[in-house]
Design a protein around this ligand. Structure first.
Ligand SMILES: *Cc1c(COP(=O)(O)O)cnc(C)c1O
Length: 361
């Protein structure tokens, strides 16, 4: 039998943080930066009482959701587009902007979907070095060439957990050639209380060469519903609507996302929970000479270089107890693991099992 010929895409398929372990049915999944507290009560209520007609297509223009977004963030609704996760917006941006052999700059350790979608449309991926697991705007600027079309970055960055300051981000935009699109991914901005931090949306609301990404998959806990949004120049957004599959975000996702935005209490609770447990866990891990990024998003990059056990060893031992962390080899980071902050009982279980592994009394 013969396959009709297709393009050869030189990359590995994205491997999400694992959610199952062989021979174990109860697992604690701390590998994918998901919400520690599940979803808001308002979203729960939507799920329970949802009675809209699902035999009819969803709103492909997201009218209600975009209204809620533009009210909450005081931004222009005609500059918003929604996607099946912010993933889909990344994909659409790559389709719109990139031709064969165009160049895309991504930080050395960054969210894998930027390079995957860029590569699929034939772009060349250029990696900019980081300093001590922090994005360096100097290194990004060094990599700019005539062919550069897009610079992608997440702030705070995943998987390193570090962030660049408001001033650094502004400086990057200022020094980057005007016709290069800067994509700022705000996936974890809600968690950030650091004084020198500002989200991409706050900084670049009216810039025609910056595109912002937001998601409901992280603090809002709607990862399984697949909903995110993008914000940028009206002309860009208009073109993206041509590329977009007509009914890409389903009705339930749109309704839950809209209600979630209104649940300020849930958001506050999540942020407070995160800070409390980040502090506690960081302190705990210091006992074992495991170092981390400073407190910010809902995860830590754990570095085992000074620890008596390797990342591999601790990963396997935790797995025996049913706790899954994210391995970092697929990101090219040696001897590290990424840990998501869980709920209270998950965090206590983790702390307890670390004590057993290190025989700490
Ligand atoms: C998790 C994450 C996303 C969100 O992806 P969705 O497709 O919205 O679920 C986007 N960017 C970064 C950096 C992330 O870590």
């Amino acid at each position: 039998m013969i396959n009709p010929s297709f393009k050869k895409i030189n990359l590995k398929a994205y491997k999400p943080g694992r959610s199952i372990i062989k021979r174990s049915n109860s697992v604690i999944k701390l590998s994918a930066n998901e919400s520690a507290l599940g979803i808001s009560d308002r979203a729960k209520k939507v799920l329970k009482t949802f009675n809209s007609n699902i035999s009819k297509y969803p709103d492909g223009k997201f009218k209600d959701l975009i209204n809620a977004i533009s009210k909450k963030y005081n931004c222009d609704g005609s500059k918003v587009i929604c996607g099946a996760g912010s993933d889909e917006i990344i994909q659409m941006l790559c389709q719109l902007f990139l031709n064969n052999r165009d160049e895309v700059i991504v930080p050395q350790y960054s969210f894998l979907m930027y390079r995957i979608y860029a590569k699929i449309v034939g772009a060349k991926i250029i990696y900019s070095k980081e300093n001590n697991f922090k994005i360096s705007i100097k290194e990004i600027l060094k990599k700019v060439s005539k062919k550069t079309k897009i610079v992608f970055l997440a702030n705070p960055n995943n998987p390193t957990g570090t962030y660049i300051s408001k001033n650094e981000l502004l400086e990057l935009r200022k020094k980057l050639r005007q016709n290069i699109l800067l994509v700022v991914d705000d996936a974890y901005f809600e968690y950030m209380l650091n004084k020198d931090y500002k989200s991409g949306l706050d900084l670049f609301k009216n810039k025609s060469n910056v595109f912002i990404l937001r998601t409901f998959s992280k603090i809002y806990g709607l990862a399984a519903l697949r909903v995110g949004w993008g914000y940028g120049d009206r002309k860009i957004v208009k073109e993206l609507y041509k590329i977009k599959p007509p009914f890409n975000v389903n009705k339930i996702a749109q309704a839950c996302a809209k209600e979630s935005l209104k649940d300020i209490k849930f958001l506050k609770k999540s942020v407070n929970h995160n800070i409390f447990w980040c502090k506690r866990i960081k302190k705990e891990f210091e006992k074992y000479k495991i170092t981390t990024n400073s407190i910010g998003p809902n995860f830590f990059l754990l570095n085992f270089n000074k620890c008596k056990f390797s990342a591999d060893k601790v990963e396997k031992k935790l797995e025996k107890y049913g706790i899954i962390l994210r391995e970092m080899k697929s990101y090219g980071i040696k001897n590290c693991l990424r840990l998501t902050i869980g709920n209270k009982s998950e965090n206590l279980f983790l702390i307890n099992k670390m004590k057993s592994i290190f025989k700490y009394v």
